[in-house]
Ligand binder design. Structure first.
Ligand code: SF4
Length: 436
C-alpha cells in the first residue's frame, strides 16, 4: 500500500504546481481548424485557429502564453476545469496521466522550466490529436453536428416538417434546428494545409486520430502514408474509430497497420452496445459489418480495444456488455463517461444504479483503466435526480423525436428507460404524439 494521500502524490506530480505538459508538447485540432490545449477543454475558447494563424503564431500567442503563466503560477487555467474537477474526486485526471509519458521529464527540463516570464516558450510537438474534419458516416446520439457531418443532415430532416412557431416553442426541436444552422459555421475540412504536417512530422511521437471518422478522411491517409514511407513504425499511433470502414479510395488500413512495431499502433473502437441497441445509439452503424471488421483487425494481430461511452442507455446492461465485448475483442475495455445532461447515467433511478455496483466490481479485471470505473462508481452513488432536472426534461423528448423519424421505439429497445418515462408522467408518448 503506498503512502500516497492523493492521486497527485501517487503519480509524483508536485503538489505545489499545477502544470500540464500539453501547452509545451501537444497539438489538438478540431474540425473547424481550432487549436485547443487538448480534447478535454471543449467548453473553453480555442487558443488559436489554423485557418487564421500558423502553428508558430498559436504556440506563442497570447492565449497560450497566458495558460503557461497560469500553470507556472500554480493556477488552473479556465480551459482546464475538467482536470481540476476529476482531481477533486481524487481520481487520475488526463493532466496527471500525461506526466507518465516517457518524454514528460524531457519536456519539463528542456521546455517548461525554460519558459520566459511572459509565457513565451520553445515547444516540441510530440503528441498530435488530429480531428481534421467532422465528416462521419454515423450520427451517434451523444454527438452533434460539430463532430458529425451526418448530424447536420439528420437535424435538417428531423425539423423541416415543423413550422417555425412549433420549433420556437419546443426546446428539443430548437436544439435540432441549431444543429442544422451550424452547417454554415462548421467547416468540413477535407483537405487542410499539409504544410505544418510536413514541418513537424519529425517531432511527432504520438498521434491520436479521431473525428468525425478518421478512416474516411484524406488527411488521415496523408499522415499515415508519410509515416509509412519514412518507416517511422515506432511512432505511437492511436485511432478512435467507429469501425464501419477499414478502407478508403483504394487504400486499406491493414496494408499499413501490419508494418507497425508491435504494440505501437492501437485501434480504439467506439462500441457502446451490440446488435440493435448499437444501431440505435450509433445511428448509421451496421452491427454485423462492425463486428466482422473488429474480428478482421484482431486476427491480423493489430491491437484493438473497445471504448465504451457509458450513459443512461447502456449503464444497466454494462456488466453483460463488458463480458460480451471482452469475448469479441479479447482485450480489456476502456471506459468513458457521457456528460451531456440528457444522456448522463445518473438519470437512471438510484436504486437501479446502486444494484450495479457489486456486479461491476466482480468484472473489474476486464477494465483497462480502473480510474474510470471509480468515476462510474461515484456517479452510481449520486443522489436521485429530480424530475425538474434539465436533463430529465430533455431525455424523453429527445428519444421521441429520434424514434419518430427513425421509426423505432426506444422504450422497447431500452426497457430500463420506461421507469424514467413513468416518473415523467408518460412524457415519451406525449412527445411522440406531438411529433408524428
Ligand atoms: S490540464 Fe487537463 S484540460 Fe488542461 S491541457 Fe492538460 S489535460 Fe487538457
Amino acid at each position: 500500500m503506498s503512502d500516497a494521500q492523493t492521486i497527485a502524490d501517487q503519480y509524483r506530480v508536485s503538489p505545489d504546481e499545477w502544470i500540464c505538459i500539453h501547452p509545451w508538447s501537444h497539438l489538438a485540432i478540431t474540425p473547424k481548424g481550432g487549436v485547443r490545449l487538448c480534447c478535454h477543454t471543449q467548453k473553453a475558447p480555442d487558443v488559436g485557429n489554423l485557418n487564421e494563424n500558423t502553428v508558430e503564431e498559436i504556440f506563442n500567442g497570447e492565449s497560450m502564453r497566458r495558460v503557461r503563466r497560469q500553470m507556472l503560477n500554480n493556477q488552473v487555467p479556465k480551459e482546464c476545469g475538467k482536470c481540476a474537477r476529476i482531481e477533486d474526486m481524487n481520481a487520475r485526471s488526463p493532466r496527471i496521466r500525461e506526466h507518465t509519458r516517457l518524454y514528460s521529464e524531457k519536456i519539463r527540463q528542456d521546455y517548461i522550466y525554460k519558459t520566459k516570464p511572459d509565457g513565451t516558450a520553445d515547444y516540441n510537438l510530440k503528441y498530435w490529436d488530429v480531428r481534421f474534419s467532422n465528416v462521419c458516416n454515423m450520427a451517434c446520439v451523444m454527438c452533434s453536428s460539430e463532430w458529425s457531418s451526418m448530424w447536420i443532415k439528420h437535424a435538417k430532416d428531423y425539423t423541416e416538417s415543423y413550422d417555425a412557431t412549433t420549433i420556437d416553442n419546443d426546446p428539443n426541436l430548437n436544439y435540432f434546428k441549431s444543429q442544422y444552422n451550424d452547417l454554415g459555421k462548421t467547416k468540413i475540412v477535407n483537405e487542410p494545409s499539409f504544410q505544418w504536417i510536413d514541418d513537424y512530422i519529425d517531432q511527432v511521437e504520438n498521434i491520436y486520430f479521431a473525428g468525425g471518422e478518421p478512416m474516411i478522411m484524406p488527411s488521415h491517409w496523408y499522415i499515415l502514408e508519410k509515416l509509412h514511407s519514412a518507416k517511422r513504425f515506432n511512432v505511437k499511433v492511436k485511432y478512435n474509430s467507429n469501425m464501419l470502414k477499414l478502407g478508403h479510395q483504394g487504400k486499406h488500413a491493414l496494408d499499413y497497420w501490419c508494418d507497425w512495431n508491435y504494440g505501437k499502433l492501437a485501434v480504439e473502437s467506439s462500441i457502446d452496445e451490440t446488435g440493435e441497441r448499437a444501431e440505435w445509439i450509433r445511428y448509421g452503424t451496421e452491427w454485423q459489418t462492425v463486428q466482422q471488421n473488429i474480428i478482421t483487425v484482431r486476427d491480423a494481430g493489430v491491437k484493438i480495444q473497445p471504448i465504451v461511452s457509458v450513459a443512461v442507455y447502456n449503464i444497466v446492461r454494462l456488466p453483460a456488455l463488458l463480458e460480451e465485448l471482452y469475448d469479441l475483442f479479447k482485450h480489456k475495455i476502456a471506459i468513458n463517461l457521457v456528460y451531456n445532461p440528457e444522456w448522463r447515467l445518473e438519470l437512471i433511478d438510484r436504486s437501479q444504479r446502486l444494484a450495479l455496483i457489486d456486479p461491476l466490481k466482480k468484472l473489474e479485471h476486464l477494465i483497462a483503466d480502473r480510474n474510470q470505473m471509480d468515476i462510474v462508481y461515484h456517479k452510481l452513488k449520486e443522489p436521485q435526480v429530480e424530475v425538474t432536472d434539465g436533463g430529465m426534461k430533455m431525455l424523453l423528448p429527445r428519444l421521441a423525436l429520434l424514434d419518430t423519424h427513425r421509426n423505432k421505439n426506444s422504450m422497447q429497445l431500452f426497457p430500463e428507460l420506461e421507469q424514467i418515462n413513468q416518473r415523467m408522467g408518460g412524457l415519451y408518448e406525449q412527445k411522440r404524439q406531438q411529433y408524428e
